[in-house]
Design a protein around this ligand. Structure first.
Ligand code: NAD
Length: 483
């Protein structure tokens, strides 16, 4: 019998009222790790009530005191760094080094929240009229919720929770039911902080709990990270229910490689971008576009380097690439490789039917390289979210930019070049929210907003950076005259 993960409501661990559960597997061994409850409206209602009741006391807790909780939180995460990283590997299947990178990035978001006493300050002006002063104050806005994906189970919740509560809001997290164990541990650490009851709450589940959060009248705003199809649903449902919303979606990220680039060094970088986390990153390189003469050299060097990747169990330190999240994901990814082959592309390195000795039950897809992918096919247009890199050819820089800009996604794009003018033109004209120049994964650090355009983002204010301060606060204008 496996245990069922519990919700965290009003400062305590509670069994979900809803009976159905969803299995959580180690995707490399197939071991059943736990059951995740599929919480429903009652569970969400209890969490929202707790968060609402906690709000008044929490918002009047001095902001420096709120930031002190984050100092303590950071210490606890640092002290438990290795254990958290191991939990991420077990439930997700990525490598231990990738998990450590994820936890480090999460800590950077806590660091950002520690700066809230500075970032929340506002401005004012004396004598806007004779003897009249006008100022702006930022105030916390109420109860916020986040709905997060499986692929960075520890880091993505930290894009939102620390800043939201340090701004004085109360918070409810609904993580992915595929990976609830990292967030369970996160809440064990939050429990140690002795925050007032109801400031942070955890509701585990899938669609019913997400929907109940979006429809609850006492939830002020929702942060979402996940696929574009769901991001659109979240945006529409939240706006229909009068909530503020930031919905970060999926991606199809292109990398243009110019003939003047150092091919060997570029490929080393592209390799990490395409196959890191087995391609399950919203910033993963999905398409490498070789411009002119770069195409053949890129193809040869990629084939050489991809073949040398060591795939295996994430907890083994020498492993360079782990599993995908589930058997269902493996089946979907393999079907997309097959479709690409049927569409006339050349599968140069085929990761289908991949086996890792000793882990026969694992959801393995080997690193896959597909050449001569045509622009109109699904492999060029749809998100695979697996270890598959498509190679495309462009005759010119302009054609490469046009290929990128016709995509319905706009999460990230990179260029590898030694030509500053072309790099500048790329930054200027490419329609994507995160741009890399000689960088494979253009991941914004915590004090910058996480870009995303077109179908990769729905909303106005992005996650992270000053956008998150705007999102989690309400501005009030005060005009005063004293006689
Ligand atoms: P997903 O969209 O399937 O699920 C994300 C969250 O939404 C989960 O908590 C899930 O339970 C919930 N959900 C699913 N269907 C829903 C529905 N109909 N209504 C309400 N909630 C629903 O995404 P995933 O498979 O967990 O994560 C992978 C996706 O996330 C990829 O597309 C990836 O590109 C994207 N992603 C984007 C970013 C970014 O910053 N733009 C970052 C990480 C991942």
């Amino acid at each position: 019998m496996s245990r069922t993960v519990r919700n965290y409501v009003n400062g305590d661990w509670q069994d979900a009222a809803a009976a159905p559960t969803l299995p959580v597997h180690d995707p490399a061994t197939g071991e059943l790790l736990a059951q995740c409850p599929d919480s429903g409206g009652d569970d969400v209602g209890a969490a929202v009530t707790a968060a609402r009741d906690a709000f008044d006391e929490w918002r009047s807790t001095p902001v420096l005191a709120r930031a002190q909780y984050m100092h303590h939180f950071k210490v606890l995460v640092e002290e438990n760094f290795e254990e958290i990283s191991r939990i991420v590997v077990r439930e997700h299947g990525k490598t231990i080094d990738e998990a450590r990178g994820e936890v480090r990035r999460g800590i950077e978001s806590i660091d950002f929240a520690i700066s809230v006493p500075v970032l929340m300050r506002s401005d004012g002006l004396e004598d806007i009229s004779s003897g009249i002063d006008e100022t702006t104050v930022r105030q916390p806005a109420g109860v916020f919720a986040a709905i997060t994906p499986f692929n960075f189970p520890f880091m993505v919740p930290l894009w939102f929770l620390p800043t939201a509560i340090t701004c004085g809001n109360t918070f409810i997290l609904k993580p992915s039911p595929q990976t609830p164990l990292s967030t369970e541990f996160l809440f064990e650490l939050l429990h140690e902080l002795d925050l007032p009851e109801g400031v942070v709450n955890l509701v585990n589940g899938g669609v019913p709990s997400a929907t109940a959060l979006m429809e609850h009248p006492e939830v002020t705003g929702v942060s979402f990270v996940g696929s574009s199809a769901v991001a659109k649903i979240i945006y529409e449902t939240c706006t229909r229910n009068g909530k503020r919303v930031q919905a970060q979606g999926g991606a199809k990220n292109y990398i243009a490689v110019m003939p003047d680039a150092n091919i060997e060094a570029s490929v080393k970088n592209i390799l990490g971008a395409a196959y890191g986390c087995a391609g399950q990153r919203c910033l993963a390189a999905a398409v490498a576009v070789g411009v002119g003469d770069a195409y053949d050299a890129l193809k040869a060097e990629l084939a050489k380097q991809v073949a040398s990747l060591k795939v295996g169990y994430g907890l083994e330190e020498t492993t360079q690439m782990g599993t995908v999240i589930s058997e269902a994901a493996k089946t979907r990814i393999e079907a997309m490789i097959g479709q690409s082959e049927a569409d006339g592309a050349e599968v140069l390195i085929d990761g289908r039917n991949y086996r890792v000795e000793g882990y026969e039950e694992g959801a393995w897809v080997g690193p896959t390289l597909i050449a001569d992918v045509q622009p109109a096919t699904a492999m060029a247009q749809e998100e695979v979210f697996g270890p598959v890199l498509a190679l495309m050819k462009a005759d010119s820089f302009g054609e490469a930019v046009a290929m990128i800009n016709q995509s319905r996604y706009g999460n990230a794009a990179s260029i590898f070049t030694n030509n500053g003018k072309q790099a500048r033109e790329f930054k200027y004209s490419v329609k994507a929210g995160n741009i890399g120049v000689n960088i494979g994964v253009a991941a914004p650090s915590a004090s910058f907003p996480f870009g995303g355009q077109k179908d990769s983002f729905f909303g106005d204010l992005h996650g992270q950076g000053m956008d998150s301060i705007e999102f989690f606060t309400e501005r009030k204008i005060v005009i005063e005259r004293w006689v």
